[in-house]
Design a protein around this ligand. Structure first.
Ligand code: HPA
Ligand code: ZN
Length: 339
């Protein structure tokens, strides 16, 4: 066995990304380019000025900038370019499967049609599958700061595209917008055949995780960090092998943790939780998948074995078929033995 450095080990190991907002991959350079061709104004005079604004004390401060950035996306080609840029980036990082969120209401609320958004994103995903070999699933996320009626309207708009959308999710401002607000629209979504997931326990309390399980019947929790406040909940999540899509650099940038050295992911692994590593909004939080893995590997002194377990979890927690999961897990085992 040779001794690849942990950095090289992380770079080479196959990975799946399960928590990624496509609007959160909007790099400043592309934002300025698209703003220019659409004659849209950006509040900042240059890429450097914009990047300086990427400093957040909490989730809401980030969301305000994230929604402002998305304002320049107008045409189907804009959504294509955004998605294609993400795929080419993670292809270099040995990400072979992605299950990504898009936030239709961020765009439909400003007059961009649902069709424009999904057609651009989906066309890029199809091209990514064909040209880069990246398989994908799409998750339509409801904005929880908006009302139930808006979520129902969005679900209605999604129905003609059912075959392209695997799941519905719940994101945006968590505190004060509990899962119960969306119980009925999630019930209707399940009736229509969608899988359900929800952001819970990022800033919100552990009760929101209980409610995501019991009221929204989710099959995956996005973030879920706050489960550690409640031992009974941890026991339940372990027993269910309920996946948690954890996002280390996001947690650091949004002050969910004050230092990566305090990040709970190693503890979560030790407890037997099915945790995965993801980038959330990589253009805003300073790193894509490999930077997230490297951040925690360095801060928590993770072993190759722990990195291997995390990448295997990313496939176990995915919606690939059992056959595809087994194939990827065997590939990772071989990689571990050879590196
Ligand atoms: N939390 C909630 N909503 C979001 C996030 C997040 O981390 N990223 C994009 N929308
Ligand atoms: Zn998220």
């Amino acid at each position: 066995m040779n001794t690849t450095s942990i950095k090289k080990f992380i770079e080479g190991i196959p990975k799946a990304e399960l928590h990624l907002h496509i609007e959160g991959t909007f790099e400043p350079e592309l934002m300025f380019e698209i703003a220019k061709r659409n004659n849209k104004k950006i509040k900042y005079s240059s890429v450097e000025e914009l990047k300086k604004a990427y400093s957040f004390n909490n989730l809401q401060e980030f969301l305000d900038i994230y929604y402002a950035g998305a304002n320049v996306l107008i045409e189907e080609q804009d959504f294509y370019d955004l998605t294609w840029a993400y795929l080419t980036k993670v292809h270099e990082q040995n990400v072979v499967h992605v299950e990504l969120f898009f936030d239709p209401q961020t765009h439909t609320d400003r007059g961009v049609s649902f069709d424009t958004v999904i057609k651009g994103i989906h066309r890029a995903l199809e091209d990514g599958k064909e040209q880069l070999g990246i398989s994908f699933k799409l998750i339509m996320s409801f904005l929880r700061h908006l009302d139930e009626a808006s979520a129902f309207k969005t679900l209605e708009q999604a129905l003609p595209y059912k075959k392209w959308i695997s799941a519905v999710g719940l994101d945006s401002s968590e505190l004060g917008n509990p899962p119960s607000k969306f119980e009925r629209v999630f019930a209707k979504s399940r009736e229509e055949g969608f899988i359900t997931v929800a952001h819970a326990g990022e800033e919100g309390p552990s009760e929101y995780i209980w409610d995501a399980l019991d009221l929204l019947k989710v099959t995956r929790i996005d973030h879920g960090n706050r489960c550690l406040d409640d031992d009974t909940l941890v026991e339940r999540l372990v027993a269910l092998q309920m996946p948690l899509t954890v996002c280390p650099l996001s947690n650091l940038e949004l002050k969910v943790v004050t230092d990566l050295k305090d990040h709970p992911i190693a503890k979560m692994l030790d407890l037997g939780l099915l945790v995965t590593v993801n980038s959330d909004d990589p253009a805003y939080f300073g790193g894509y998948m490999n930077e997230n893995y490297q951040g925690i590997a360095e801060a928590l002194n993770l072993s190759k074995q722990q990195i291997t377990e995390l990448t295997k979890n990313s496939f176990k927690a995915s919606w690939l078929s059992d056959h595809e999961k087994d194939h990827m897990i065997a590939k990772i085992d071989t990689y571990f033995h050879n590196n």
